[in-house]
Design a protein around this ligand. Structure first.
Ligand code: C2O
Ligand code: CU
Ligand code: CU
Length: 525
């Protein structure tokens, strides 16, 4: 059991078997799921792409890394170290300062790149189950995107080579094997991938020690300081994993010491299923300067803001008016996590239910500096949504977030490795509006849940939200993940301008994703 981060292996026996069955995606698996593909994947040339990518090309990388997930022990709580899985990086070529380890954390190193750079990453799996890395938010060719069909066994490798075309922003990487993403991310496998560009460097934002990434996650530890995942209770899985301790950058009871000046705080919700409703403890408004796909056009202010799994949000936080010794912090305000008191209904085993209020991290002004920096009123070029011409875009694709047979699904379908239906095929070069609908067409209304919907391969714009009104969304800017509370519909606009092939869209509640609330879409040439 040494190589497993879990003491008991809990659901790993059964879960693993289910996964292997699915990964075979033979006729049996498809029929057992009750879904037959409307189109055979080979008709779209999908199958020949399934080959392990291991050969280097003539590609000349600016940065060449080896990235290896490994079992190890880290000191998280006082007493015994915690067994975790952690990404380790070695820089083979390029500037080694681009890869920054977070000491005493299970989190993977922060990878820093510039827009336009060529990156080669040699993924070598060293954990005792299949895995593959996905670059969340990055716009890369299908074969570089970490689709679960590319997952490799322990000892095997996968080679990534891509040019960074994204605008500056806080992106991240994590495993994506089907059925095991929640388990592997929970075990520690996640890291930040920060992109910078000219526009950002010219924006006048705090840099270096004043630019702080903060990865927010929740975990549960047993009496021996070991991570506890979730019980096999189907009800608990329907909710998703909820830990009873909040960790920031892999550390519990996190306190951030700051100086009397302005900071750029880059927040990532790296939790499996917990949604945060963030606010400052001292009542100052949140000043938001960026979302998933980078800087907003101009800063926006909110008293509080939701941050769902997978989402990023960057804050401008200025402490120049606060005395040394001043203390505040980021909190998560209570909210109705279900609309229906699901905490009780679902029999979750979490000590800290979804929608509970708590402190996320504390912040203490510990040093006086004379360094004043003004909040820029213009941050970047982002076309306002109301200026986007969305008329005449043809038919609307609708995706219903539904539940049936104790299983979350999208339009009544669950994930099958290469399954694509007609309404999941888009034309290369097309611009489309997709509507996600969480108004609960399912049989059991009382089990409606929030779902953060994520698209692989593309950043999109949120062009509409309707239904039950909730406050606290930051829909501005470029997004790759959008939260839908129960009763809501959201419309997104995206352009499939390049990169044909098979990409995923799914709920970023990782337990929902693992149970199949994920589908392929196919960009056809
Ligand atoms: Cu971070 Cu498929 O997702
Ligand atoms: Cu993604
Ligand atoms: Cu979901």
């Amino acid at each position: 059991m040494k190589s497993q981060y879990l003491k008991t292996g809990i659901e790993s026996i059964n879960g693993r078997r289910d996964f292997l069955k699915l990964a075979g995606y033979g006729a049996l698996g498809l029929i057992a799921g009750g879904y037959l593909p409307m189109f055979s994947p080979s008709a779209y040339g999908l199958t020949q792409q399934v080959s392990l990518n291991t050969t280097e090309t003539v590609f000349k990388p600016d940065l060449d890394l080896t990235l290896v997930p490994q079992a190890e022990e880290v000191a998280i709580l006082p007493g015994s170290p915690t067994r975790v899985w952690r990404y380790h990086a070695t820089v083979n070529q390029g500037d080694s300062n681009r890869v920054v380890e977070i000491p005493e954390s299970y989190l993977g190193p922060i990878i820093n790149v510039r827009q336009g750079e060529k990156i080669r990453i040699r993924f070598k799996n060293d954990i005792p189950e299949k895995s593959i890395i996905h670059w969340h938010g990055l716009h890369v060719p299908a074969i570089m995107d970490g689709h679960p069909r590319y997952a490799v066994a322990q000892g095997r490798s996968y080679l990534y080579e891509f040019t960074v075309t994204n605008r500056a922003g806080t992106y991240w990487y994590h495993p994506h094997p089907h059925g095991r993403t929640g388990f592997q991310v929970y075990g520690g496998l996640a890291g930040l991938f920060l992109v910078s560009d000219e526009e950002e460097l010219g924006a006048g934002l705090p840099e270096n020690e004043f630019d702080i990434p903060l990865v927010i996650q929740d975990r549960t530890f047993d009496a021996h300081n070991q991570l506890v995942y979730m019980s096999r209770n189907r009800m608990a899985r329907m909710t998703g994993f909820l830990g009873d301790r909040i960790l920031v950058n892999g550390k519990p009871d996190f306190t951030l010491p700051v100086s009397t000046t302005a900071y750029r705080l880059r927040l990532l919700n790296g939790s499996n299923s917990r949604i945060y409703r963030l606010a400052w403890q001292d009542g100052r408004p949140l000043t938001i300067i960026a979302t998933d796909g980078g800087l907003l056009e101009k800063p926006v202010q909110r008293q509080f803001a939701f941050l769902a799994p997978g989402e990023r949000m960057e804050l401008w936080a200025d402490f120049s008016d606060n005395p040394v010794g001043y203390e505040t912090g980021l909190i998560s305000l209570p909210f109705d996590g279900a609309g229906t008191g699901r905490g009780r209904m679902m029999g979750t085993d979490a000590g800290l239910p979804l929608g509970a209020g708590f402190s996320v991290f504390k912040l203490k002004v510990s040093r006086k500096v004379n360094r004043s920096i003004e909040l820029p009123q213009k941050l970047s070029e982002v076309t306002p949504v109301d200026l986007l011409n969305t008329a005449g875009l043809g038919h609307l694709r609708e995706f219903y977030l539904t539940m049936g047979h104790m299983q979350w699904s999208i339009n009544g379908r669950t994930f099958q490795m290469e399954d694509v239906t007609e309404d999941e095929i888009v034309k290369l070069g097309s611009k489309e509006i997709w509507e996600f609908n969480n108004t609960g067409g399912g049989m059991m209304r009382m089990m409606n849940m929030p779902h953060p919907i994520h698209l692989h391969g593309k950043q999109f714009r949120v062009v509409g939200r309707s239904g039950v009104r909730h406050d606290g969304y930051v829909d501005e800017g470029w997004k790759d993940t959008v939260l839908l509370m129960p009763g809501e519909r959201v419309r997104i606009l995206t352009e499939f301008s390049d990169y044909p092939g098979l990409f995923l869209y799914h709920c970023h509640n990782l337990e929902h994703e693992d149970m199949g609330m994920m589908r392929n879409y196919f960009v056809q040439k």
